[in-house]
Write a protein that binds this ligand. Structure first.
Ligand code: NIG
Ligand code: FE
Length: 401
């Protein structure tokens, strides 16, 4: 049966300038979870299920293409340490940081991980999110990585949201592999990736390519294994230093390179020649009080699509609010509100490998929408902490706030 959203003022986020223009009121027809028609508003036949948007603004449902929202424990103590001057890398080297979350996550049951993740997911949903990517990476054993991915997938049966999962077993070196990082990478490639592929628990593989993570050569090994098992590739690259992980990810036809504060001109050029999206994570930039800005101007000049995400995690970005990231991207990185909205719609979709079906309002695209109590799309980046969201549509079904 058709579902019709009538009187919707659309911001379609289609390519080109018109994609950011607010249209006159339109009717959107939805069938089997897909948008089938968009036409000038006319009276809706009585037999149809419908919702009258009364001229409210409708955008694609927001896409958070990079989160670590399944985890246990808190790192508030490390926040206090960092404020006293201990650097993030130093805390990591002392066995804190990612590894303190690993300990808490290993100790938690599947059900506890789900229960702890739901309020974080609710925060994202309140900011208009209809699709979210969730990474593993706080388990670092086969069983604990599988547990995290199962918890992430289970969230879909608790909330109206689409979840995409990514295996990030190469996030940090687990203590039991101390001084044996090549052995751990071998374990990731020979055991964890095949098991995850077999159970179809993730669609992509990510690596933290960094001095406190894994080297370029180790990253490449993981990418090769991912490719062998038909999984897509993503990278945490150039966050704290420049190891060349972004160019490597692009050379493996990766979906996205994420963070990229230390990306250099060569890296930007590699992205420009590829299909890889540059994902900006202003929450982590802000929370780590980073001063090195990602090369926004160069990315723009080379037409590299820029996605934008929360990076929601306990260590570097404890923020469950995607519109707040739009605000931060504008204030900290000088993105325009249009670029910020593209970052969480069409470009976020591309960073998940769903660029042809999500993140735009057009016939044939998924009926995932956000209905807002605002007059102009720039307001989504502008004011924060107000109840701006009116309702969401996910797979064609209507969810009031
Ligand atoms: O995206 N950079 C590596 N991973 C996360 C941080 C994880 C943590 O500190 O717990 C990030 O910033
Ligand atoms: Fe991250």
């Amino acid at each position: 049966m058709d579902f019709i959203l009538s009187n919707a003022r659309l911001v379609s986020m289609r390519p080109g300038d018109a994609g950011y223009q607010v249209t006159e009121p339109q009717n959107i027809t939805i069938q089997h979870g897909k948008i089938t028609a968009i036409e000038a508003t006319k009276p809706v036949a009585k037999a149809c299920a419908s919702f009258d948007c009364t001229g409210k603004l409708v955008t694609p449902g927001l896409i958070d293409c990079h989160t670590h929202l399944v985890f246990a424990g808190s790192r508030a103590n490390e926040f206090e340490m960092r404020l006293k001057g201990v650097p993030y890398q130093e805390i990591a080297k002392q066995g804190g940081g990612i590894l303190s979350t690993v300990k808490a996550t290993r100790d938690a049951s599947l059900q506890q991980l789900i229960d702890m993740a739901l309020p974080r997911l609710d925060g994202l949903i309140r900011s208009g999110v209809t699709s979210v990517e969730i990474k593993s990476g706080y388990g670092l054993t086969l069983d604990d990585e599988l547990k995290m991915l199962r918890a992430a997938k289970a969230l879909e049966s608790h909330r109206a949201v689409r979840v995409t999962t990514t295996l990030l077993a190469a996030h940090a070196l687990p203590p039991e592999y101390s001084q044996r990082s090549d052995d751990y990478i071998e374990h990731v490639c020979q055991t964890i990736i095949p098991a995850v592929a077999e159970e179809q628990l993730a669609s992509a593989v990510d690596v933290f390519c960094e001095s406190i993570g894994f080297s370029l050569a180790q990253t490449e090994k993981v990418f090769q294994a991912a490719k062998q098992y038909g999984l897509k590739i993503k990278g945490h690259t150039e966050q704290l230093s420049n190891l060349g992980g972004s160019a490597l990810t692009a050379s493996y036809d990766g979906l996205s390179v994420d963070h990229i504060e230390y990306l250099d001109t060569q890296g930007v050029q590699a992205l420009a020649k590829s299909n890889t999206v540059a994902t900006l994570l202003p929450g982590a930039f802000y929370f780590l009080r980073e001063t090195q800005l990602p090369p926004i101007e160069e990315l723009r000049a080379h037409n590299v699509p820029m996605a934008l995400a929360t990076d929601l995690n306990p260590g570097t970005s404890p923020f469950a609010d995607l519109t707040m990231m739009m605000n931060m991207a504008c204030t900290l990185f000088r993105l325009t509100p249009e670029e910020a909205l593209r970052g969480v719609t069409c470009h976020g979709a591309k960073a998940l490998g769903h660029g042809d079906s999500r993140g735009q309002i057009a016939p044939g695209f998924d009926a995932d929408l956000a209905i807002w109590n605002v007059a102009h799309p720039a307001e989504l980046s502008y004011q924060q902490g107000f109840p701006q969201l009116h309702a969401r549509v996910v797979e064609g079904a209507f969810y009031p706030v």
